[in-house]
Structures are given as C-alpha cells and as structure tokens.
Design a protein around this ligand. Sequence first.
Ligand code: C2E
Ligand code: MG
Ligand code: MG
Length: 437
Amino acid sequence: MSVIFQSLATIPNRYAFLDCIQREVSRDVHLSLLLIDVVRFSDVSSSFGYRVGDVILEEVALRIKKLFGKDAVLGRISGDIFGLMLPGIHSDMQLRGFYSHLVEHFKTPISFDENAFVADFNVGAVANLAHNKDISLLFSGAESALKQAKQNKYDNFQLVRLSEKPESGRSLALKADLKRAFANDELELYFQPKVNLQSLQIVGAECLLRWNHPLDGIIVPGSFIEAAESYNMMNEVGYWVLERAFRSAFELQSRGIGLKVSVNISPTQLYDANFVSKVGKLARQYGLDLSKLELELTEDVALSNSLLVKRQLAEVKALGLSIAVDDFGKGYSNLAYIRDIALDTIKIDKTFVMGLDSNPVNKAIIQASQLIAAALGCRVIAEGIETVEHLHLLRDMGIEIGQGFLFSRAVPFDELLTLTQTDFMVGTSLAYRSRVS
Ligand code: C2E
Ligand code: MG
Ligand code: MG
C-alpha cells in the first residue's frame, strides 16, 4: 500500500483494513497482525479537545507507518486503536521486538502548541498460521491479545499464538491454574540466604518463586516458569516477582538489615522495552538504596546480541543495581559475551560445586571462573553448597560468598528475618566444626 495519510479520514477504517488483510491472505498467508491501542488517549481529547486529539492521532499514525515501512498496512480500527499488518513470518521475539521498537520510537514526544504528548501503547499481536485463510480467526486472536495486554498489570504487550491443534485438556488446565494462581495470590516469594563463607554471616538473599498450590502444596518453579513462558505470562510473573523483591528489600532496609536481595530475571523481561522504566518506578515507589539489589541473568540473556538488552542492562546498572550471571559455565562454551557486559558477579553453577569432591575438573572450572572474574573485576559466588566439605574446599580456594542447603533452603520472608536475627545458629556450629576439623 502506498500512503502518507492526508488526514485521519484517509486511513483505512476497520472494514477497509480487513479487506486489505483478506487480499493479502489470499496472496500469501504469512503475515502478522498487531492491534495498537494508544494508552489513555481519552485524557488528551478531554483536556485539549477533539481537534488536538485528531492532530495527535494523525501524527501517531504517520509515525507508525514510517516506522514499519512501505510493506506494512495500517488501519484505524476504532477511535484510538490502530491495526498494523506486517507481511512475512515472525518469531515471538521479533513480534516483541516490533513492540519495543514502537515504544522506543515514541519516547520522542509529539509536540503541539506549547504542549508535548508522549504516546505509550498496549499492543496485542498474532502471527498467522501456516494455512489459515480465515481472517476472522486472525483478527479475533489479535483482539484477545490486546484485551489481555490491557488487563496485564505489568506488561503492555501480549502475543497470542493461534494453534494448529486444539490445546490438550492438560495444558488448558495448567494455563487456567496459572491464571488463577496469579489472581488468587497463590504465588509466593521465598528467600535463600547467601552467606559469607569466612564469617558464616548472612550477607544476602536470593528470591526464589514458589507456588503455594491449594491441592499440591508448595511447588518449585522449574515447570511452571516454563509454562508461564509458553503462555506468554512470564513478563507478568516476572514483574510480580520484581515488585515483591523491592518490597522485601524495603522491609529489610527499614529494619536496618543490610542484606543484598537478588532477583532472577527471565530473558522475556529484558526484551521488554519498558523494563528500565518499571525498575525506576519501583525504585522511586520504595525509595530504595539500589546497591542492595542484584539481578541474576542466565547466560542465554547475557549472551544475547540484542542491542536493546545490552542497553537496558547498562541502564539498570547506571541506576545502581548490580548484575550477576547465574549458572555460570552450565550452558555455553562461548564466553565472548562476558567482555561486553559490565558484570558485578559470576555465580558458579551448582553442579560444579556439588561435584567438587568427585571430579578434579570441577575444581579447575571454579578456578578458571575466578581468573575470569579477577580480570573483569567482579566477584565469584558459589551455589549448591551442601556439605561441610564443599564449604572447606571453596573457602580454601578463596571463594567469599555462597549459598546452599548446608546453610538453608529457600524460606518464607519471616523465616529469613529469624535467620538474620538468631545469629545464624547453623553457621555458628559450622564455624566451630570447621575450626576443629
Ligand atoms: P537458580 O537461580 O540457579 O536458583 C538456585 C536453585 O538451586 C534454586 O532452585 C535453589 O533452591 C536450588 N539450590 C540452592 N541451594 C542448593 C543446594 O545446596 N543443592 C541443590 N541441589 N539445590 C540448591 P529453585 O528454587 O527450584 O529454582 C530453580 C530455578 O528457577 C532458579 O535457578 C531460577 O533459574 C528459576 N527461578 C526461580 N525463581 C525465579 C523467578 O522469580 N524468576 C525467574 N525468571 N526464574 C526463577
Ligand atoms: Mg538465580
Ligand atoms: Mg543458579
């Protein structure tokens, strides 16, 4: 489609837009559809009148069109909702990337008279199936994605995958279960202490997600994090965790307990262009000393070549948070990424620690990690410390901080408080044992 729009009236309306999609689908089914809602646009119209509202919407439409190029088709679905059809096959990451691109671009305000408007968006996206020519299926998928994006508390982007096969009873049940868990506050944050291996004092805590299931009891995160990822709920879950982590760090700070709180961040979160502003908002809300917060990333995030991810990491670091790479050594042999990110901590994967007494290579890997950390000017911490032997070996190697079942499993916040107050009893006896052994 051609077009630089003359006015709002010349943008294809809902029906004309659907016709365009219909034509495109009969030519080639490979396309994605985004519904773009301008957040709180009604405030603009009610404050400045409809004339100004229309001028701004025109500018929004013009910019979107320019941003996505000549192959993209833009339509006006209703007052402040635009449809954008993009030809081609797109991965989940690419679709989220389009959203990020949009949000980024619109950080440059739209000026009118003496005022400026920074547009923000809810976006629902859907990629067409390999054989689908039914555009109502595609459109209703995009509509339900947008509805979900609007309902989400933390993530303004939602992707819906149309499915070739109907979802199995089991996966539908798990999805419904997860949504309920979220709505009913069944998720909980637990805390595993991080301990100074010399003094055996608690110096920090890692937030670990638990699902307090009404029937199955406490469930550890492995499978439900995977499920949340596959149902596009991970950003919501991730921000819930981040909010709770800030709240807990605040609680610790106000009790004068100087622990560093670490939070696991999923890749999806770092691909959300609003990540830094959400962290900044939480920081202002809780008035926290951000040097008391650390983000733990897995190597696949650290390894990402995405400019957005790199920039967001640099920006959160500039806010004062520290960055750790988790499960170091577990996944990848390509270490080049480590030069590009300003890391504060390398967290050695627990398999190397737990295998310390069985295979000398584990010790060599830990020592190699120490060398890398020294060159980068960051610290090394160990996870998976299960025995006094592990503790001794790590201490002898000069590792300063660690966590593991030897000290404590992840516990609810109140228990963490007790652990910090009771002079870490396990630790005291361990210190004694280590001195006499
Ligand atoms: P992780 O970040 O590497 O967390 C450490 C995991 O090792 C935790 O499992 C912890 O309970 C376990 N662990 C700690 N000490 C020991 C030990 O001495 N021995 C053994 N065998 N295990 C130990 P958990 O809680 O099941 O979490 C598993 C993974 O799930 C985490 O690995 C992290 O990648 C992910 N995860 C947990 N909470 C969150 C979250 O809030 N957000 C995200 N994105 N991921 C999370
Ligand atoms: Mg972790
Ligand atoms: Mg780990």
